[in-house]
Design a protein around this ligand. Structure first.
Ligand code: GZL
Length: 365
């Protein structure tokens, strides 16, 4: 079974040209190999083949230019880019995301300043203020939360420093507070996870949801997509438990331990990221369960979770590709040269199940 993506016609509208340019840039950029100083792990050339591809460049086709944004002309080659990472690099999603940004900056010879908020929003706000103080001419932000960005937006606007946001959305005005937003379609990820859960359970039984952390669009959208799809396709699947595991493995394990006490006959667990899903596997192992006793579906596409599919503990993984480096820098490059960039770029994500996990694990991160 091929490595499947959420195929939609990628270039269906005016901004298709912009999206196509982004996609062509990705192809031209090739697959930057990179060493991750956080974990010292180099991405193999196989995984680099899973660089991001644009699915539909910008819903509604809106774009942004330097002129419309009101920025000053910047020569990217001589500029300093500041990158603000949200969560601690204990999660392979964050490690791969930071590694992709660093590798692309290095490949283009662009000076990069980085900061990591260690999953504390107040620190992310001060991190970005610090990057501005250190002279960042452009910012790439992976936001922890969707709200509370006003102080940063004001400070960046005062210095005419353009912002590109990746992964999670900030609730602010495109082409005014930030230039462009590059991300997955998280509602679609939830829908596809529901399809995998329906397939694994035959559409009947009791399902628990390990929710992501509160205060960001990823958790709300992955939950919405999953619930809507279950209601639409499998009314015989009852959602009997929802609790946050904060996107971390330890909490995913703790919550699952409570779950199997309160719901000993649970049929399936939908974990809104791999780390919590792997925590659930740990709890099930400790409780003496066997692979497949409880059907688990997760989202991210990390190496450990895909191995869990190979081993039968996890039935499906929907990819959330964190390799934003090429697209983020392509956006910065076009924007600073006065070209149109899409206000929203949605990337394609793959999926893994028992049919393709073993052959496609090289694409995991
Ligand atoms: C999704 C990203 C999520 C990952 C989690 O794009 O924001 O945050 O799915 C991470 O692993 O914590």
């Amino acid at each position: 079974m091929p490595y499947r993506t959420n195929q939609r016609h990628p270039f269906a509208n005016r901004s298709a040209a912009v999206g196509l340019a982004a996609l062509m840039a990705l192809t031209a950029a090739g697959c930057a190999k990179s060493e991750d100083d956080a974990s010292g792990r180099a991405e193999s050339s196989a995984t680099a083949q899973a660089e991001q591809k644009v699915a539909s460049p910008s819903p509604g086709g809106k774009s942004c230019t330097l002129k419309a944004y009101g920025g000053r002309k910047i020569d990217l080659e001589n500029a300093t880019v500041g990158f603000s990472q949200s969560e601690k690099e204990a999660n392979p999603f964050r490690i791969a995301e930071t590694q992709s940004i660093k590798a692309e900056a290095e490949r283009r010879g662009v000076k990069l300043l980085t900061a990591n908020a260690q999953s504390q929003f107040s620190k992310q706000i001060s991190d970005v203020q610090d990057l501005l103080a250190k002279g960042a001419d452009l910012l790439v932000i992976a936001p922890l939360n969707s709200d509370g960005w006003e102080p940063v937006l004001r400070a960046a606007a005062a210095k005419k420093v353009p912002i590109v946001t990746i992964d999670r959305k900030i609730n602010a005005a495109p082409c005014k507070d930030y230039v462009s937003f590059i991300a997955s379609d998280f509602v679609e990820q939830g829908r596809r996870a529901a399809d995998q859960m329906i397939e694994a359970t035959g559409g009947k039984g009791k399902v628990a949801i390990l929710l992501g952390s509160a205060g960001n669009n990823v958790t709300t959208e992955r939950t919405k997509g999953f619930k809507d799809r279950i209601a639409e396709k499998a009314p015989g699947l009852e959602i009997v438990f929802e609790q946050t595991g904060d996107f971390v493995r330890e909490k995913g394990q703790q919550v699952t331990e409570q779950l199997i006490q309160s719901q000993p006959d649970i049929t399936g667990i939908y974990a809104e990221n791999d780390e919590m899903g792997l925590g659930a596997v740990g709890a099930l192992k400790s409780a003496g369960k066997k692979p497949g006793d409880v059907k688990i579906v997760t989202i991210d596409g990390t190496r450990n979770a895909v191995q869990g599919v190979v081993d039968g503990w996890i039935q499906g993984v929907i990819e959330s590709n964190p390799r934003f480096g090429p697209l983020a820098f392509k956006t910065l490059d076009d924007f600073t040269r006065g070209e149109e960039v899409p206000q929203n770029v949605i990337i394609q994500d793959g999926a893994y199940d028992a049919d393709n996990a073993r052959q496609d694990i090289g694409k995991a991160y």
